[in-house]
Design a protein around this ligand. Structure first.
Ligand code: C2O
Ligand code: CU
Length: 472
């Protein structure tokens, strides 16, 4: 496994310059599977025409400029990064549930072109930010305006989906926080942080050790976004906490837990709630699931020193499959699914990451039609952890290794470890062309992705070297 990883990293650094290492990006391809002029019973609709209808929702406008920037790290090192508005993560976009979010993306000087994908947000196909599928990459001097209604409250993030393994790592990432109008949980402070790997430097919001101010006795909601490629296990030293939300989906009846590592998968968000103890502060340490010695820390408090924390990595892991209490207010699942697909995730020497033995551009799309109930079985047979992410939908996790979950847990990204099998389910209620891929973006680059397409949806855009649209 390790060997595959090293080779894969080598290939990705190399791939900036070369089309080597088993990548087979076609010159030009239509991912809708329709081709020009194919007729479809019931007619066809272009993804480009699927937009947010005009409403009276309050409008919140933002402007993001993608540009190269020299950043100075705390240790004095300077780094050539790619940023939205000069920082990485880019500006935090905070809106209220129900707002119409209008974001103009301008590309100042990123030669390969950029986009913005709104990770975890259910929005119309044309706003999903996937080059060659939902739009053309935005070239230097060009602009693109995204518009969607923030229907879901919670913690989300955004990143470029053009050559995402390279561009996210170079810094084209940011947070999107959607607040509820009335506070949904009881807390005094609301902080959000992004764990990221900036060109080989493991950081939290551009720092190795992040400090956030909080007073003893205060309740804190901490939103953790994992923008790295591997699971980050988070240790919370010594105090109890509740996991109140995963991927922007609230958990029902979150009991307090203590001394458990929170495994935040690549691409995922965990919101936790805790109280600053009377004697000072709270420390959190991130431990990388695959790379050693890349930990970062978050300290919340009034500046007083805390004692040394030890043995954090010997804690058991928090288990979402056994957490929360069952709800009866959710959507009830059907007894029979309209579509059931099994996706076997694997790796083959030297550098291919596959779904059902095929790489991205050789896999047939999973077809669904509007209204279908879909069940996917995700089986990991090798190649490390595969955090599987579905665009445009939120799914419910039904079973892990055959065992039903204790409560209703919803996600948009699910880390599947080697030898694990999960069943997930969702309603196909958002017509479009949606990527389903591993959010270890290196794996995605090396093949681990495919499309989930609705019948009758077409795209005027093309993936490939010729149009310059490279979605993975
Ligand atoms: Cu966060 Cu397809 O990506
Ligand atoms: Cu993977």
């Amino acid at each position: 496994m390790k060997k595959g990883w090293i080779w894969a990293s080598f290939c990705v650094s190399l791939s900036i310059f070369l089309t080597a290492c088993g990548m087979e990006l076609p010159e030009e391809m239509d991912v809708s599977g329709h081709g020009h002029g194919t007729s479809h019973p019931g007619g066809t609709t272009s993804c480009a025409d699927l937009k947010e209808p005009t409403t009276t929702a309050p409008v919140k406008k933002f402007h993001l400029t993608a540009k190269a920037e020299t950043l100075k790290l705390e240790n004095g090192k300077t780094l050539d990064a790619w940023t939205y508005n000069g920082t990485t993560p880019g500006p935090e976009i905070r809106v209220q549930q129900g707002d119409r979010v209008v974001v103009t993306l301008e590309n100042e000087n990123i030669q390969a072109g950029v986009t913005i994908h709104w990770h975890g947000v259910i929005l119309p196909c044309s706003q999903d930010g996937v080059p060659g599928i939902t739009q053309d990459a935005v070239k230097p001097g060009e602009a693109f305006t995204y518009q969607f209604i923030a229907k879901q409250a919670g913690s989300f993030w955004y990143h470029s989906h053009q050559q995402s393994s390279i561009q996210a790592r170079k810094g084209l990432i940011g947070r999107l926080i959607v607040e509820t109008k009335k506070k949904d949980w009881d807390y005094d402070k609301d902080y959000a942080v992004t764990l990221h790997n900036l060109d080989g430097h493991p950081l939290i919001d551009q720092k190795k050790d992040l400090y956030l101010k909080a007073e003893p006795g205060e309740k804190v909601r901490l939103r953790i976004v994992n923008a790295r490629n591997t699971t980050q296990k988070l240790a919370v030293a010594g105090i109890p906490y509740q996991v109140i939300s995963i991927d922007g989906n609230d958990i029902h009846g979150p009991s307090p837990v203590k001394n458990q590592l929170i495994p935040v998968g690549a691409g995922q968000r965990y919101d936790i709630l805790f109280q600053i103890p009377e004697n000072g502060q709270v420390k959190l340490v991130t431990l990388d699931g695959e790379e050693q010695n890349t930990s970062t820390t978050i300290t919340l408090g009034d500046g007083r020193e805390v004692g040394k924390i030890t043995d954090l990595d010997r804690q058991p892991e928090f288990d979402f499959t056994r957490y929360g209490t069952p709800t009866h207010d959710g959507v009830s699942l059907p007894s029979k699914f309209d579509r059931v697909y099994t996706l076997t995730l694997d790796w083959s020497w030297p550098d291919q990451f596959t779904i059902n033995d095929k790489v991205m551009h050789h896999n047939q799309p999973l077809m669904v039609k509007k209204g279908d109930w879909v069940k996917l079985r995700l089986v990991n047979e090798g190649g490390g952890t595969h955090p599987m992410h579905l665009h445009g939908h939120v799914f419910q996790v039904l079973t892990k290794n055959g065992k039903p979950l204790k409560s209703s847990i919803y996600m948009d990204t699910l880390p599947v470890d080697v030898n694990e099998t999960y069943e997930i389910a969702f309603r196909a209620d958002n017509p479009g062309l949606w990527m389903l891929h591993c959010h270890n973006l290196i794996h995605a680059r090396l093949g681990m992705g495919m499309m989930l397409n609705y019948e009758g949806i077409t795209t005027p855009y093309r993936v490939g070297t010729k149009p310059g649209n490279v979605p993975d």
